[in-house]
Write a protein that binds this ligand. Structure first.
Ligand SMILES: Cc1ncc(COP(=O)(O)O)c(C=O)c1O
Length: 397
């Protein structure tokens, strides 16, 4: 057992960018008895959860929850707001933004991919050019935090460009919701998907979605009906309106515990304060990246594009062929799970989430210590990163 393994005993801690370690308030809810997912006792709880979700989106627009993975909520937005042969612009700079473009392809949209190198963000002036040349664009698709590369895309800058155009703005905020600034109304977003078990520190199973009035209008003005049921906003509209009064404003069963846990996590977030939580992520993210550099490693994105909630650490090319060993040693010896590279980045990076609970010294310090030891096992001697991290942090974090 390595030194840092001793901090956590036998339990593996999750330093991956989701699922994340649970907020203690969520852990408590998990041991409570089951409730029905409808009816008069349930409705106020569900409605309160929607209010909290809207507070995190910073919106007065309609918010609902889907009992699904995040991808289904993204697909619902694209299927419902984009008709076959309509034009969409997809900003692609990693695995998840690529997937959003693939969802648009699957709807039969004419997808214009605007790409940036892995580890960088698409420039907003490039988006401006593309929209000027394609004034008939129905929607722009973007990911706020590209979890696969640790890049925070500049959604407010893109939103500013979109204000001069008619296109709807569909945003995947799955790995940034509750962790990074979000202003659904002020930025003028139209469809945005949040998440429970990344920066919120809750369990998977319920996905908050915000839909603007402009998006509902666009939905009502469709020429064709979406050829789906569960991922059709019209079906959700129907159940919100017709079954809302009986406390079942959704078409299917949902997980009561997922909603109760979401509620507890969102309450904890608002108690900490949105700005405080965002600042904590920024501080810990910057201190972690600094420590990584002091150790002698590099991050994939430059400081300008770096995400405050997930860091992609580039592995030296000498270990690319067995880059996966870093993850294995971290897990088996230190009981710390870190993420690997997806698709083209397989074996070339590791990804570390510092989200909610794990955005703190008590999780980052052992992770840095374990990383040093892990690289040592692979024959690479690194400097100590712990001291650099601790010195960059305010007290008591
Ligand atoms: C940015 C982003 N989008 C989409 C997803 C997919 O979410 P799910 O696996 O819940 O469908 C993830 C998951 O990590 C993500 O980070």
């Amino acid at each position: 057992m390595g030194m840092s393994g001793d901090y956590f005993g036998e339990r593996t801690i999750l330093m991956i960018p989701g699922p994340t370690e649970l907020h203690p308030a969520v852990q408590k809810v998990l041991s409570t008895p089951i409730m029905a997912h409808y009816g008069p006792e349930w409705l106020p709880i569900y409605n309160e959860s929607l209010k909290l979700a809207a507070a995190v989106f910073k919106t007065k627009a309609e918010v609902f929850m889907m009992p699904t993975p995040g991808t289904v909520a993204l697909e619902t937005g694209v299927i419902s707001l984009v008709e076959p042969n309509e034009k969409v612009v997809a900003l692609v700079n990693g695995f998840f933004s690529q997937r959003l473009a693939e969802i648009a392809d699957s709807v039969g949209a004419h997808t214009i991919r605007v790409e940036a190198e892995l580890g960088t963000a698409v420039d907003s002036s490039t988006l401006e050019d593309v929209l000027r040349k394609n004034p008939d664009t129905k929607a722009v698709l973007a990911v706020q935090n590209e979890t696969s590369t640790g890049v925070l895309n500049p959604i407010p800058e893109y939103a500013k460009v979109l204000r001069e155009h008619d296109a709807l703005f569909i945003v995947d905020a799955i790995s940034s919701y509750g962790g990074v600034e979000m202003e659904f109304d002020a930025w003028g977003l139209d469809y945005c998907v949040g998440y429970a078990n990344k920066c919120l520190g809750s369990i998977p199973g319920t996905v908050p979605v915000a839909v603007s009035e402009r998006a509902w209008d666009a939905f009502r003005r469709r020429k064709t009906k979406p050829r789906s049921f569960f991922t059709n906003l019209g079906v959700w509209r129907h159940y919100i309106d017709e079954w809302g009064p009986i406390g079942h404003p959704y078409p299917t069963t949902i997980s009561p515990h997922a909603v109760l846990c979401f509620k507890a996590a969102a309450e904890a977030l608002l108690e900490e304060g949105l700005e405080n939580r965002y600042r904590r992520h920024q501080t810990v993210g910057a201190a972690f990246r600094r420590a990584v550099r002091v150790m002698g490693l590099e991050t994939l994105p430059s400081e300008k594009d770096a995400s405050p909630v997930v860091t992609a650490v580039s592995l030296p090319s000498s270990i690319w062929k067995d880059g996966g060993r870093v993850n294995q040693i971290m897990l088996r010896k230190h009981r710390i799970m870190v993420g690997g590279g997806l698709a083209k980045l397989h074996g070339k990076i590791i990804r570390i989430g510092h989200m909610c609970v794990t955005a703190s010294s008590r999780y980052i310090v052992p992770t840095l210590a374990a990383l040093k030891d892990t690289f040592e096992e692979l024959g690479i001697s690194l400097n100590d990163g712990v001291d650099a991290f601790v010195k960059s942090m305010p007290k008591n974090r």
